[in-house]
Design a protein around this ligand. Structure first.
Ligand code: KIV
Length: 285
């Protein structure tokens, strides 16, 4: 599709479905991680409201504010030069008026420098998405398990396990695509439903816990890297155990400090002997 450092556009994300090229999306919440992901050639960096859980230590994502999202999106922006940067609209932005959704989305674009926003399914959302898309904002949809409303819908777990709920999710994905979404996240739906939705849409689906038959995959980077240990969903593969590495490094630092081995000579700057002598001559005896 594009050469390695060419910027990924919304158009390129749409085209990758036609080209049969799988899309890779991961979450980041700060400059350092966003830069590492970008350098590792992910297609999309999502500043997800999973921020509430993995960064802020909250039980779920419902208390995440617009200000917090914009703050972290601005930090991530400084690390991303290639991938498409997407900001997740928090709960209050989705549950106000359509005008609120459009103006909050505009803040992600104009203040934080995001190229797109993501919206979770909620009643009345397609009309609000249509208004955002009509005003020139690129929107990604999200159906299936929608963490912002999970508590009210029976908690975190699979969605669409019976024909009636699967049909509902199928139509929600259609409605978001018809409203102009350029891609749809499918979270925690059975493989067969993901496949039916994926083959029915002209825009790509990005799966999380929804099997291999999506046009791309997304994970929360703190899960993938083994940093967030409160719980690990079944669909997560841990590609690293960074929490263990962090603890080990911090313990070694602590031991070196306590034993007087850090800082060593190579970390230390000395005064020139003449300056030291001059200093001592000025100090009280
Ligand atoms: O907030 C988030 O990280 C997300 C992804 C899990 C898709 O919405």
């Amino acid at each position: 599709m594009q050469s390695q450092r060419e910027r990924i556009t919304v158009e390129a994300i749409r085209n990758s479905k036609r080209a049969g090229r799988k899309l890779v999306m991961l979450t980041a919440y700060d400059y350092t991680f966003a830069k590492l992901l970008d350098e590792s050639e992910v297609d999309m960096v999502l500043v997800g409201d999973s921020l509430g859980m993995v960064v802020m230590g909250q039980a779920d994502t419902t208390a995440v504010t617009l200000d917090a999202m914009l703050h972290h999106a601005q930090a991530a922006r400084r690390g991303v030069t290639r991938a498409l940067l997407i900001g997740d609209l928090p709960y209050p932005s989705l549950h106000g008026s359509g005008a609120d959704l459009v103006s909050d989305s505009r803040l992600f674009v104009e203040r934080a420098g995001c190229e797109a926003v993501k919206v979770e399914w909620a009643d009345g959302i397609p009309e609000k998405v249509e208004a955002a898309v009509a005003s020139g904002i690129a929107v990604m949809g999200h159906v299936g398990l929608t963490p912002q409303t999970a508590a009210a819908e029976g908690g975190f777990g699979m969605r669409g396990k019976d024909a009636a709920s699967a049909e509902r999710i199928f139509h929600q994905a259609q409605a978001l695509a018809n409203a102009g979404c350029f891609a749809i996240v499918l979270e925690c739906v059975p493989d067969e439903l993901a496949e039916l939705i994926t083959s029915s849409l002209s825009v790509p689906t990005i799966g999380i816990g929804s099997g291999p038959n999506c046009d791309g995959q997304v994970l929360v980077s703190y899960d993938l890297l083994g940093l967030y240990e409160r719980f690990t969903p079944r669909f997560v593969e841990r590609y690293a155990r960074l929490a263990d590495s962090v603890r080990e490094a911090v313990k070694r630092f602590g031991a070196d400090v306590r034993q007087g081995q850090f800082p060593a000579e190579k970390h230390t700057v000395h005064l020139e002997p003449a300056e030291l002598a001059r200093l001592k001559s000025r100090l009280p005896a």
